[in-house]
Design a protein around this ligand. Structure first.
Ligand SMILES: NC(=O)c1ccc[n+]([C@@H]2O[C@H](COP(=O)([O-])OP(=O)(O)OC[C@H]3O[C@@H](n4cnc5c(N)ncnc54)[C@H](O)[C@@H]3O)[C@@H](O)[C@H]2O)c1
Length: 332
C-alpha cells in the first residue's frame, strides 16, 4: 500500500516504485508532484506541455527522484512498461475546461477519451492502480443544493458543444469503472470541483485568475450572465491533500469521490472581493454568455459538492477559506 509520510531518506522512494503523474506539468499535477516528492516518493511526469509548463516543475526538477517525459501519454513509446513499473498512475492529462472545449471540441473529446483509454489499457496488463481526474461538470444542470456522487446526472443536449467536456469525462469514468469490474484494475475516480491557487493560468477561462489579471491591469472584471450563479473554490493544497489521502485509501478503489470545498460564493461577489483584495480601481462588467460563448450557451446556477464520502474515506475536509485563497493568489 502507498504510504505518504514526510520526506524519506531513501533515494529510491518510499516503496521503490515511482508514481506516474500524467499532466504533471499542469496546475494540479505540479502541486501534486511537489507533495509526492516531499513525501519521499519517486515521480515520473508525462506531459505534452500543451497547457502545462516546465516552469511549474522548477522545484521538482532539482530533485533526483523526479523525471520528466515530454510527450502525449498515448504517444509514450514504452507506456505499457512505464505503467507496469509504477506504484500508481495519477491520470490528470486532459484538455481542461469549458472555454477550451468551445474553442477546440474535437481535440478536447479525442484527448480526453484517447489518453484515458491508453492509460487504462496499459494498467490492465500490469494491474497498476489508476487514479483518474474527472470533474464536477458531469453533474451538468442538476439543481440539487449539493451534488453527491451517486446522484443522477443532467447533461444538456449534444447540439450544445459545452456539454462535450462533461460528457468526455463521464465516458472516462464509465471506462475506468469498466476496467475495474472487467479487468480488475484498481481505479479511483476523483471529481474535482473548482480548484484554485498559484500556477493556475487565466488563459483558458478559469475564473479567479482571469478576475485577478483584469483587476491588476485596471480593466473591467467581466462577469458572465447576471453574476448570481454560485461556485465553491478549493485551494489546490487542499485538493492535493485529498488526492494523497485517496491514493492511500484502499476503500476508495472502485469509487467516485468529490474533491472540493463546500463554501459557496456568487460570482459577482467574488469579482468584487477580487477588486477589493487587489485594491484595484476596476469595475464589474456583466457580459451576456452569448457574447462570449455564442448563442444557446448553458451554465449551471449553483455547484456545491457533498463532501461526506471524501470525509468518510479520508477523514479530511478542505481547510482554506476563500479569503486565504485570494490572499495567496494576489500576495495581499
Ligand atoms: N482545475 C480545476 O478546477 C479542475 C476542475 C475539474 C477537473 N479538473 C481536472 O483535473 C485535471 C488537471 O487539471 P488542471 O487544472 O491541472 O489543468 P492543466 O491544463 O493545468 O493540466 C493538464 C495538463 O495535462 C497536459 N496534457 C494535456 N493533454 C495531454 C496529453 N495528451 N498528454 C500529456 N499531457 C497532456 C497539459 O499540458 C497540462 O499540463 C484535468 O483532468 C481536469 O479535467 C480540474
Amino acid at each position: 500500500m502507498l504510504h505518504f509520510h514526510p520526506a524519506s531518506r531513501h533515494d529510491g522512494g518510499v516503496h521503490g516504485k515511482p508514481i506516474v503523474v500524467t499532466g504533471g506539468a499542469g496546475f494540479i499535477g505540479s502541486h501534486l508532484t511537489d507533495r509526492l516528492l516531499e513525501a519521499g516518493e519517486q515521480v515520473i511526469v508525462v506531459d505534452d506541455l500543451s497547457t502545462g509548463s516546465r516552469s511549474n516543475l522548477s522545484l521538482a526538477e532539482r530533485n533526483p527522484r523526479f523525471s520528466f517525459r515530454a510527450c502525449k501519454v498515448s504517444e509514450c513509446h514504452d507506456l505499457e512498461s512505464l505503467v507496469a513499473s509504477a506504484a500508481m498512475v495519477v491520470h490528470l492529462a486532459a484538455v481542461v475546461g469549458v472555454e477550451q472545449v468551445m474553442r477546440s471540441p474535437i481535440r478536447t473529446i479525442e484527448t480526453n477519451l484517447g489518453e484515458t483509454e491508453a492509460v487504462l489499457a496499459a494498467a490492465s496488463h500490469s494491474g497498476t492502480p489508476v487514479l483518474l481526474a474527472s470533474t464536477s461538470e458531469v453533474y451538468g444542470k442538476s439543481s440539487q443544493p449539493e451534488f453527491s456522487e451517486t446522484d443522477d446526472l443532467l447533461i444538456g443536449p449534444s447540439t450544445l458543444g459545452r456539454w462535450s467536456y462533461a460528457c468526455s469525462k463521464l465516458i472516462d469514468e464509465f471506462l475506468a469503472m469498466a476496467y475495474y469490474r472487467e479487468r480488475g484494475v484498481p481505479v479511483r475516480i476523483v471529481r474535482f470541483f473548482n480548484t484554485v491557487g498559484p500556477r493556475q493560468t487565466g488563459a483558458y477561462g478559469m475564473v479567479i485568475p482571469r478576475f485577478v489579471d483584469s483587476a491588476r491591469a485596471g480593466l473591467p472584471v467581466r462577469v458572465y450572465g447576471d453574476g448570481r450563479q454560485s461556485r465553491c473554490f478549493c485551494h489546490v493544497a487542499d485538493s492535493v491533500e485529498a488526492v494523497l489521502r485517496l491514493m492511500n485509501s484502499p476503500e476508495a478503489v472502485g469509487q467516485v469521490v468529490n474533491v472540493g470545498n463546500d463554501q459557496s460564493v456568487e460570482i459577482r461577489e467574488l469579482a468584487e472581493r477580487v477588486i477589493q483584495v487587489t485594491r484595484s480601481a476596476s469595475r464589474v462588467e456583466l457580459v451576456a454568455y452569448e457574447t462570449v460563448f455564442g448563442p444557446g450557451f448553458e451554465d449551471m446556477r449553483h455547484r456545491k459538492p457533498s463532501l461526506k464520502l471524501l470525509e468518510r474515506l479520508t477523514g479530511f475536509r478542505p481547510r482554506r477559506t476563500l479569503d486565504e485563497i485570494l490572499k495567496d493568489l494576489t500576495g495581499a
